[in-house]
Write a protein that binds this ligand. Structure first.
Ligand SMILES: [Fe+2]
Length: 237
């Protein structure tokens, strides 16, 4: 069961797919790459939109694609890529942004300097709100100087780390990421695809690199964890 845990495939809702045609083309390409499920994770920024308005817009976009999706194309599961904000651990309704009905939240950490209050908020989301956290594209933060200490603390929390497949193609990151997957410090893959030409679907390519460098077992671990998190039992739903 191949799952893309991070995609901007829903049309007209963020900087991803611009229209239905693009979304369907992205689904077609994803199908050709053997992908079974795609988690649709449009950007959510608390400063720009309320949770209820976001969910309304997402539902409309999701319905639109679902109605036109051919049955042999990857299935879509609605989610969100939630940008970290101060107070997130106390935000009302934040659990409504989790993937499908899994309780799994794709969290995008800030690109600047991290600090201890941020680590504590992530911890509270897990411990007090009982939300399972999946950190979006952690590799983007690996080389930010000064963040190492906080990144280590975050990674010590019981959470999942999502890596963008395309980063496995970057020589500067690839070696480190392969090591992280082998040590189970990284757990899930996403394409973070935004369109057909710009930031296209490249999950298959990333998986191939990972299989070559880390072995089939690592991919099997990724796939079985993904299926477990989404409660998929090997059969198409
Ligand atoms: Fe993204």
């Amino acid at each position: 069961m191949i799952i893309d845990f991070h995609s901007h495939i829903l049309p007209g809702i963020d900087d991803g797919s611009k229209d239905l045609g693009t979304s369907l083309e992205m689904l077609k390409i994803s199908k050709e790459q053997g992908i079974d499920y795609m988690v649709a994770t449009p950007h959510f920024h608390a400063t720009r939109i309320s949770i209820s308005h976001f969910l309304e817009a997402r539902e409309e976009a999701y319905k639109c694609v679902s109605e036109h999706r051919k049955s042999d194309m990857p299935k879509l599961i609605p989610g969100a890529e939630v940008a970290y904000f101060e107070g997130i651990s106390e935000a009302e309704g934040i659990e409504k942004l989790t993937v499908g009905n899994t309780g799994l939240l794709l969290l995008e950490m800030p690109f600047g300097q991290w600090n201890q209050p941020m680590v504590s908020e992530v911890e509270r989301l897990i411990e007090e709100r009982h939300i399972q956290i999946m950190l979006a594209h952690l590799e983007r933060y690996l080389f930010v100087s000064g963040n190492r200490k906080y990144m280590r603390r975050v990674m010590e929390l019981p959470l999942y780390v999502q890596i963008n497949a395309g980063s496995l193609k970057e020589w500067r990151k690839s070696k480190r990421l392969v090591k992280m997957f082998k040590k189970q410090q990284a757990h899930l893959l996403g394409s973070d695809c935004h369109g057909v030409h710009y930031r296209p679907q490249d999950l298959a390519e990333g998986r191939q690199i990972l299989q070559k460098k880390a072995g089939r077992e690592v991919l099997n671990n990724i796939d079985s964890l993904g299926a477990k998190l989404l409660s998929i039992n090997g059969e198409q739903q």
